[in-house]
Each structure stands twice: as structure tokens, then as C-alpha cells.
Design a protein around this ligand. Sequence first.
Ligand code: HEM
Length: 543
Amino acid sequence: MTPQPPIAAAVVLGLLNHVYFNRFEPQNVNVSFLAIIVQPLALTLAFNALSAANVLTTTSAFLATLTLSIGVYRLSPWHPLAHIPGPTLAKISKWWSVRLVLSGEQHRVFKALHDQYGDFVRVGPNEVSVIHVEAIKSVFGTGGFPKGQYYEPRVDPVHGTRSLLTSRGDAHANRRRIWNRGMSSESLRDFELILEKRLRQLLEHFDKFASTKSEIDMAAWFSYLMFDFMGDMAFGGGFEMLRDGKDNEGYWTLIKDGAKTIAVLSQLPWLAPALYKIPMLTRNTKRLRRFGAACAVNRAKSGPKLNKDLWFHLMDEEGHEKKRPTMADVIGDGVLAIIAGSDTSSVALSSFIWCLLSNPDVFARVQAEVDAVYPDPDSVFDSLKHGELRYLTACFNEALRLFPPVPTGGPRQIPPGAVGVVAGKIIPENTQVYVPAYAVHRNPRHFFPNPDKFDPDRWLRGGSSNEVLDHLAFIPFSYGAANCVGKGLAWREMLMVASALLKRYELRFGAGMEENGSWVDALDDAFVTSVGGKLLVQLSPRA
Ligand code: HEM
């Protein structure tokens, strides 16, 4: 008689595996894969039924039971997140999130889900998104939750080194102390000279474009400016995109592509170590790091060029620390500075310009304010007057509110063995909790009336009766101990660049910008916003 495949045993084994995976959450993907392949094979052997057909049937029964059991459990009332509503597919599988991240629509979909389900939405089998204002303090604030598995694919896959963004606990606090020194008011004054030099270089190009009234892709030029500036800051120079008027070496594209890959892998952190064995997937990171390392060697030899730069502080060249940071750590943080500090600021500037050109009355008012604060064109580089730019600041607040450059951001994770309380709801251990800025900023309980409208005056009116302006719910730079360390620098960049442009030029949309749908609809959420279309602008000299 032909031996029958042990189907009933395969079903029991599938169920037992689910219990094991659920209880112990094994992180080693190679071992887990091996176990899944070997077990059905061993079972057919144990039942003396070894044949190709029997192995196939047993494996299918085993895998079908395991998958079904996981799916049913995730939808069942026994799942610890069963009390939180959300789309069925999101509850069942992480592949829903993978598709969402690939589409670039994560921020818009999260907002739509909150509109449908309320403050708490289950956006993954073990993920929750919360937009209640109290969540900001309880998740990011003192006594909040640490970064978890989402951030693991951002650890350098080749050297295993952690940057400020991926380090936690004491390691983060120690690193942050050095960064904070690098971003003190005194340091920022030094950085301004470096920024001014780059901004003047941008204006030379713009003067030429203005004299010929040619259309330019403003978003691309802001990126060149910010990449060159951050390259100067982190490694004493190197990109020279402004000089070339393009991304000659392809670093911008490389960072853009890399950002998307990492954003997807952040949804499947258990798969990242295996995928990182594929050379193609680490090629970009290696190239960027090689670039950083080469510049770092030059920078270490030459010393700061113009003024103390960020490298000076990160490397602790003044000797404040008992233990000096290693070259490897500082290269990692330098690369982080370029990634975290270039696209964020350039997207903020681009969104601001888009908002202004879409609202000509606001444009005229803000230009008048800049003229009043800076009567002399060469004084626009003086940041001591930034406090007087109240309306311009309100315009940036509003652009950052509507289009936060980090629109969804990374979640925090409730540690194993702990129970999280987020905005009054109990959230179980190991759950990842998002507080997405885009959805928080557009909630009428936080900004009212017209939360989707560009209305800079709401910041000046300050939430009068019948209006809501909840400052705590304004989180473009996140909140708490791991908020944006470059916030002060970003504000100086935005106000200085905007003042210089408004003082010097008339700006209007290039051809087709108003008719061809909205530029902001093509903003793609890849953790940091990635610009999808050209921001065509025509410059002309001011009379
Ligand atoms: C408008 C511009 C900017 C925005 C909207 C922005 C936003 C953010 C956000 C939301 C975070 C938190 C990310 C997370 O929790 O995963 C962050 C972190 C960070 N940002 Fe920025 N950023 C901007 C500019 C800059 C600049 C100019 C730098 C300069 C180097 C910078 C450096 C960093 C670093 C190093 C971190 C990690 C901080 C930590 O983990 O302690 N950012 N930023």
C-alpha cells in the first residue's frame, strides 16, 4: 500500500508553530525559514511516508494551517489589539503596509483612516496609529516609549554602527549631548556664515535665470543648496551640486532611492538582515558611506574651512568629552546629518513657495514684511532679525503644518513585559505606535476652522474664541528627547533663504503649474517626503 501523507499531524504541527511564533517571536529569519522547511520533511520521514508528492502535500497542509491560524487569530477577539478598529487587510498582514509605503500614500491613507475610525486605528497586525493630542506626550515625551524594530533596518548594514537616529537609552543620551552642543546658539552663528556662502552661490544662478525670465525647478535648486550646505557642515564639502547646477554624481537620487528601500524594509525588519546579504540592496549605503569616509579623511586633515562646522562638534575637536567619539561613529552621524538635514529643509522651502504662489495676497503681505525688516538687500543674511519676521514665521508654520516633511514618521514600541497607556487606552507589549504628524495637523480638534486650508493668520490670531490652535499638536519636528536636533538650524535656513528670495525677486508659477493638478499631491511619503514633480517657477528681478 502507498503510504499516505501525515496531513492531520501537519495541521497540528502548523498550530503548534503558530503558538511558538506568537509566544517567542524568533528574530532570526534564517533559522525560522529553515525550521519551516525542515519540519514537514521530518514529519513525512517520521511517518515512513517519504516521497516527493507526500512532502509537497504535508508542506502545503502545514503552511496553510500556519497561515490560516495566524490570520484567524489576528482577526479574532483574543488578539490584544482586537478593541482597536482598522482595515481588515491591515490587521491580517504586514504586506498591506508594504504596499502602502510603496505607493507613497501612507500619510494620506492614515489620515483617511482616522477620519473614518477616529483617534485610534489598527494599521498593522501589531501596529496602532493614534492622533489624540495626549498621545504626543505619552509616546514621545518623558516616560514615553523607545524606538523599536521599525528603526533596525536603518542601522548600518555593513558596519553595524548606530547613528543618533537609531541609538537608544544612554547611548542616545550621550550622543545627543554632543549633537546638542553642535546645535547650540553659538554653533548656529558659526554655521550661518557657511550657509550665507552657499546661499549667495544660489542667488548668482537665480540672478541669471531672473534676467532671462527662464523657468526653473525650484525644488531641485533647494535640494542642491541644502545638500551642498549639509555636505560642508558634515564633511567640509564635497557635493558641489550648486556649482554644477545638477546632481552630477547622482547622490541625491541615491539617497531618494535608498530612502524608499529602507522605508519598505522598516515594515519587514525581520527580513532586512537576509535581504541586506543581496549586494544590490546595500550598494547605495556603501557608496554613500565611502563618499562620507573619503570626505571625512580630507576634513580631518584640513580642519574647518570657514568656521567651526558640524564635524568639529561631532568629532569633539574641542575635547569636551572624556571619551572622544570614534571616526566610524562620526562618519555615520555625518551621513545622517546629510540625509536628515537636506531633503527635510528643501521640501519645507518648496512647500512654502508652493503655498505662497497659490495665495498671491499672502505673497504680497509677506514680501512687504521682509522689505520692512530688511530695507537693505544685503542685510537679509542677518538672523538676529528673524524674531521680527512674524508673518513669514506664521507662513512657514502653516506650510509645515499642512505638509510636514516627515509626514508619518517612525513608531515607538511598547517594550516587552510592559503595558503602555496611550491617551487613556491600554496598548499591549510589543505594539508599535505611530503618531502621524500629517493626520494630527489636519484634525479639526487641533486646528479649527478649515484645518486643510493655508491660513497663516491662525498663528497670529492665536486661537481666539471659536478657533482652535493647539500648539502641542504641532509636531513637524516631533517631540521629546529624540525630537529633531536640527530644528534651530532648520528655522534659520528657512527664514534666511526665504527672506533672500522675497527681497530680490518676483516669483510666479511656471507654465502648467496651476492647470496640471497640484504639485503637493505628488509629494511622496518615504519617511522624509520625496518630491514627485517639478516645482516650476519663473523669477524676475524686483523693480
Ligand atoms: C524643516 C526641516 C526639518 C524637519 C521638518 C525635521 C524633522 C525631524 C523629525 C520629525 C525628526 C524625528 C524623526 C524620528 O523620530 O524618527 C527628526 C530627527 C532628526 N533630525 Fe530633523 N528635521 C529637519 C531638519 C533637520 C536638520 C537641518 C538637521 C541637521 C542635521 C536635522 C537632523 C536631525 C537628526 C540628527 C535627527 C535625529 C534626532 C534623534 O534621534 O535624537 N533635521 N527631524
